[in-house]
Design a protein around this ligand. Structure first.
Ligand SMILES: [Zn+2]
Length: 226
């Protein structure tokens, strides 16, 4: 039964919604205060689970492909400060991991460099990973730090992408990582080299296992027909 405190909180939520209505992150339809997306997008987007092999071993899972409304929502989330979509991203990631995980002790993220963090003002993957950790009832652990600024992966030729993330990430605290089974979160994976590098750094630092998941996989272009 909802108490007086809960009643005032709910009332406050509804007033906030009236003053600042919520929109579906994927199609911009008006949604209720407690909704993460509209019914139509929920129907289209729910239940999908993609998996790709990572370079060097292991695999990565995702609830979405980076296209259509998902692409626009992720772009606004990452570059436009529209953080509301994190609720939906983390919910769909949680659905995938609940079905497919082999077990982990903590959730962590592929971090931004300090320079990028200062410029953007927030670390988008940390926001998703923290929400996900609540949904999955596991602690969030900041396990990695980005020590070197590299070029943005999608700006490079395929042949340059493998080397680009090398040496860019380091463990925050090996004692906190040792023996832990980690779930590593990023927003988008294209070739998987960044995720593979971070996974490798965590395993070298003593993590017992590292499962990987992203919000969306970039849609791979079919090789040109000759
Ligand atoms: Zn929608």
């Amino acid at each position: 039964m909802i108490g007086l405190k809960g009643l005032f909180k709910e009332l406050g939520n509804r007033i906030v919604w009236l003053l600042c209505p919520m929109h579906c992150p994927y199609c911009d339809r008006l949604i209720g205060y407690h909704d993460t997306e509209c019914g139509q997008c929920a129907q289209t987007l729910s239940g999908n689970a993609f998996e790709r092999e990572l370079p060097g071993g292991g695999s990565c899972r995702a609830p979405f492909e980076y296209k259509g409304g998902v692409r626009e929502a992720l772009h606004r989330f990452k570059f436009g400060g529209d953080l509301n979509a994190a609720k939906s991203f983390s919910k769909h990631l949680a659905d995938v991991m609940k079905k497919h995980t082999s077990g982990f002790d903590a959730v962590t993220n592929v971090p931004l460099s300090i320079r990028s963090l200062k410029k953007r003002g927030y670390d988008q993957t940390e926001i998703i990973a923290r929400r996900l950790s609540v949904l999955l009832d596991k602690p969030f652990t900041p396990a990695l730090v980005k020590i070197k600024q590299n070029k943005v992966q999608h700006s490079l030729r395929a042949s340059e992408r493998e080397r680009n993330p090398a040496g860019c990430y380091a463990p925050v605290d090996k004692d906190a990582i040792r023996g832990k089974r980690l779930l590593l979160i990023d927003d988008i994976a294209t070739t998987g080299f960044t995720m593979a590098e971070c996974r490798s750094v965590l395993l070298e630092a003593g993590a017992a296992s590292v499962e990987c998941a992203v919000v969306a996989f970039a849609v791979l272009e079919a090789p040109a027909k000759t």
